[in-house]
Design a protein around this ligand. Sequence first.
Ligand code: MF3
Ligand code: CO
Length: 269
Amino acid sequence: MIIIKSEREIELMRESGRLTAMVLDMLQEEIKPGMTTGKLDELAEAFIRDHHAVPSFLNYAPKGDPDVTPYPATLCVSINEEVVHGVPSPKRVIREGDIVSVDCGVYKGGYHGDSARTYVLGTIEEKVQQLVDVTQECLELGIAQAIEGNRLHDISAAVEEHARSFGFSVIENMVGHGIGSELHEDPAVPNYGRRHTGVKLREGMALAIEPMIALGRSRKAVSKRGGWVAVTEDGKPSAHFEHTVIVRPGKAEVLTRSLLEHGAPSGRS
Ligand code: MF3
Ligand code: CO
């Protein structure tokens, strides 16, 4: 069941979305080669709690699956071939030349915000830079379809077509989602699909749109030894961008936009 948010609820979601963006802005300034992913996580958790909010991912356990261990951190930090759900660690060092996808969820005032960006550290191969840029463009093209009267898979198709036109592959077994008082609500928002199909989008639907795009041929992210982290099958790099948006007539409202002057990264100035 898709929950339509009232303007009062959207007001509250604006606050959790804004705080989520502030965390990613802060990390964008702090992230440096030599730093550990554990340190990033510490910075994020302290920042969130200082702002009287709670990390959405910490202790998160998917419903109806008693076997998975609850997620143990504030952030997901996924480096290079890691697609999503990289668990931060004081032993994992970020290096010059890495692409680092950071995903953050913030719970405040009864509602979640969820957003991700892929940070580029130093000089990287042109093709990898293009992957990062194109993934961010995929997100923006998806958002442009999140308008009243369109259908859900108009978002999916926009993401898929753009990624494929560059020869990149869409990770199909990980999806975006509805969001609100729960981190994951209906509907699932796939990053591939056919235009003019899927549920009709209505004003007040809140969606986390999150393309995960890979450089190689991998269409799946697979977990490593039963852990949380999911990697590409061929070890090629993958990028991830995510925004929490409200479906509106004409133009979606993005709740997790960067507040930095130059906006979200991707290495472009
Ligand atoms: N943005 C991701 C998602 O929507 C992060 C979830 S991490 C988890 O699924 F720990 F909460 F699972
Ligand atoms: Co999400």
